[in-house]
Design a binder for this molecule. Structure first.
Ligand SMILES: [Zn+2]
Length: 238
């Protein structure tokens, strides 16, 4: 039979290991964290997403987001719903790659510069302005709104609308018919609000339109009112 101190230590270890991570909803984020100037692969706050949840490698989430997603994934699985992460944390550099590729692609060539930025901004963020920088937001299953209109896609979307909020996840890019500005609807983009709310609040306090640089079309950030119209153009949950 083990001595009392030993059992005490053992139960303490069990308690620690089964305890969920402390919420970082009150955390003060650095400018680098707000702007995605981070490296999740070498940052202890991030966890690599298991191959149970994604077909991609090197996909990262903040630990608290990840634990909430795991709980949601399991609940969905019990209901016969298959959730698959197709994108999670993206760094400033990764977002710059996406943005500059679109800027130079034939699809957007017919637009003059300011209009080209507006077109790309229907579904993509400028580097430094993406919620994917924060490690709190995920894209699920398909990047096509239509996919969520029938069959498995519709079942998944209906499940998410009904149950995702129980796990802290909300669709932030909802239909724009009720006055939301910025990006078009994205049925695949879900945000872990307990953390992303603090990111958004601090972003608005600390970051200004006139400090963006280093990617194509950065000179239009000001006239597009990127922070007011796009970063803040989200449906906040009630
Ligand atoms: Zn997204």
């Amino acid at each position: 039979m083990s001595s009392y101190p030993f059992r005490f230590v053992l139960s303490f270890i069990v308690m620690l290991s089964s305890h969920p991570v402390m919420s970082q909803s009150e955390h003060e984020w650095t400018r680098e964290e707000l702007l995605g100037q981070i490296n999740p692969a070498s940052n202890a706050d991030f966890i690599v997403v298991s191959s149970n949840y994604t077909r991609k490698t090197d996909i990262y989430l903040r630990e608290e987001t990840y634990q909430a997603f795991e709980a949601m994934w399991k609940a969905a699985k019990d209901d016969g719903i298959r959730l698959e992460i197709i994108s999670a944390t993206r760094t400033w550099g990764a977002q710059k790659g996406i943005w500059n590729r679109k800027w130079d692609s034939p699809r957007f060539m017919g637009f003059e510069a300011l209009e080209r930025a507006r077109e790309i901004l229907k579904y993509s963020s400028m580097p430094g302005t993406s919620r994917h920088h924060w490690g709190t937001d995920i894209d699920l299953n398909s990047l096509e709104n239509e996919w969520f209109e029938s069959g498995e896609g519709l079942q998944i979307f209906q499940w998410l609308i009904r149950f995702a909020p129980e796990f802290g996840f909300h669709q932030v890019y909802t239909e724009k018919s009720q006055g939301r500005t910025g990006y078009e609807e994205e049925r695949w983009h879900w945000s872990y609000i307990p953390l992303s709310r603090s990111f958004l609040n601090q972003y608005v306090e600390l970051i200004c339109d006139d400090e963006f640089d280093g990617f194509k079309g950065a000179e239009y950030v000001d006239s597009l009112k990127i922070i007011q119209s796009y970063v803040q153009g989200v449906q906040e949950p009630h």
